[in-house]
Design a protein around this ligand. Structure first.
Ligand SMILES: [Zn+2]
Length: 109
């Protein structure tokens, strides 16, 4: 699906499938090639870490954001506050801009 690559770091997104369905969060990172990203407070996984005094790392269980496929996410439009598909608009100068498919508000490049 063409719109799946239109997520950007910092976007507010809603999870539409999987264990954390219904949750919203901010995109922390996007891997455009693998179409995988991490979202704040979504898909948390527990990591067991060993203490490493040389690097001042304490051992224990740390919760970290796990990776989630972009197709499980929808962008939440900051203008109409709804989960939406993103469509692409071309500006007069030829540059591409993302826009909300519901209300038409631009969402940045
Ligand atoms: Zn909108």
């Amino acid at each position: 699906m063409a719109w799946t690559v239109s997520l950007r770091k910092g976007d507010q997104v809603k999870v539409i499938a999987g264990r954390d369905k219904g949750k919203t969060g901010r995109v922390l990172s996007v891997d455009q090639d693998k179409r995988i990203c991490t979202v704040e407070h979504v898909n948390l996984v527990k990591r067991h870490t060993r203490p490493n005094p040389a690097k001042q790392i304490k051992g224990g269980i740390v919760e970290r954001e796990g990776r989630i496929h972009i197709s499980n996410l929808m962008v939440v439009c900051p203008s109409c506050s709804k989960a939406t598909r993103v469509r692409h608009q071309f500006l007069d100068d030829g540059s591409k801009m993302r826009a909300c498919a519901r209300c038409g508000a631009t969402l940045g490049h």
